[in-house]
Write a protein that binds this ligand. Structure first.
Ligand SMILES: [Zn+2]
Length: 113
């Protein structure tokens, strides 16, 4: 029996009912579960299989990287949100956003109200 890496007390037993929730797409994975702390360790290839299946269904999209130019209006710079991102995140003109500067990156997050 393999010892659990988390609690270092329990033994890992083979299970086939580890649930993995990817944005609402739930898969059952095979893996091991600790009989003491109940920590689950899905097999790596199982996790990858579930993620690639979710990607095919479009529920786990690849990170999007788009190139855009800023435009100038009324003395300020305007950033237009690409329409695919607008649709995916359900943005509209009433969406409140948070802008975070991290080094040279600008992160724009919709605020859930
Ligand atoms: Zn454990």
């Amino acid at each position: 029996m393999k010892k659990c890496l988390v609690c270092e007390k329990g033994n890992l037993g083979k299970v086939g009912d580890i649930t993995l929730d990817l944005e609402g797409y739930v898969s059952l994975l095979k893996g091991e579960r600790c009989d003491n702390c109940k920590e689950e360790f899905p097999y790596e290839e199982e996790t990858e299989r579930a993620i690639s299946a979710a990607r095919k269904l479009g529920v786990w999209p690849e990170p999007m990287k788009l190139h855009r130019h800023l435009s100038k209006s009324g003395g300020g710079l305007i950033f237009r949100v690409p329409s695919d991102i607008e649709k995916q995140l359900n943005l509209d003109e009433s969406t409140e956003i948070e802008i975070t500067k991290i080094g040279k990156k600008i992160v724009i997050e919709p605020v859930n109200t």
